[in-house]
Design a protein around this ligand. Structure first.
Ligand SMILES: C[S@@+](CC[C@H](N)C(=O)[O-])C[C@H]1O[C@@H](n2cnc3c(N)ncnc32)[C@H](O)[C@@H]1O
Length: 204
């Protein structure tokens, strides 16, 4: 999976270049999760934001434009972080990009907002990630999760697992509620944009 994101950094990044109209039709989840994340960021004053699996910094860029006071992005793909570095260098707010596995890298302090967008799709075992997010979060986690869709599901499986040789995972509403409760979150709100996945807002 790590090698997939080393090879595919540019093509993943370019998904965000497609026009808003095309994206809203083809990938409603991609825009919806971004919109929810930015609403949460904007609801805090100058928040400290941790972006787990920050990729090429597309969400980081918008989070910084929405008033983020300190941004830390973690990703284990160097090519993704190279793109993020170039994209985020124009901001005055402190930006830190950490290369490594989220479960292994040392991170100082706590964060008002923890983002995990497009990360859980690829994780065979999610609980340690959610527990680590709980340790680092003093406010809200916003995370996206794919869910099975009778039409899009098989196409997605074919594209990722057969063509790209990357395993992907699906989640259910009951499983997500348990995942966040077991990690110690007080409350979780789930929305299902486009019916092909979930966006969770979890509160400490
Ligand atoms: C689909 S991309 C999403 C990027 C970004 N969050 C966005 O929404 O545009 C998923 C990213 O998670 C990173 N990733 C996956 N597992 C990780 C892990 N255990 N530790 C750090 N990064 C990870 C990958 O390298 C990849 O850049």
């Amino acid at each position: 999976m790590q090698s997939h994101f080393r090879r595919k950094a540019l093509s993943f990044d370019s998904l965000y270049d497609e026009s808003g109209f095309v994206q809203r039709r083809v990938r409603p989840g991609l825009l919806a999760r971004r919109d929810i994340a930015l609403q949460v960021v904007a609801s805090y004053e100058s928040p400290r934001v941790l972006d787990v699996g920050c990729g090429s910094g597309r969400i980081g860029e918008e989070a910084l434009e929405h008033g983020t006071g300190r941004y830390v992005g973690v990703d284990f793909s160097e090519p993704m972080l190279d793109l993020a570095r170039a994209r985020l260098e124009r901001f005055d707010a402190p930006v830190e990009l950490v290369c490594g596995d989220f479960l292994e890298v040392p991170l100082e302090g706590t964060f008002d907002v923890v983002l995990a967008l497009g990360l859980f799709d690829y994780l065979p075992h999610a609980p340690p990630f959610v527990r680590r997010m709980r340790e680092l979060c003093s406010g809200t986690v916003v995370a996206s999760f794919p869910g099975w869709h009778w039409f899009k599901g098989p196409i997605r499986r074919l594209r990722y697992e057969v063509v790209n040789k990357v395993q992907i995972f699906d989640y259910t509403e009951a499983g997500l509620r348990r995942l966040f409760a077991d990690a110690g979150f007080a409350r979780v709100e789930l929305v299902r944009p486009g019916r092909s996945g979930f966006v969770a807002r979890a509160f400490v």
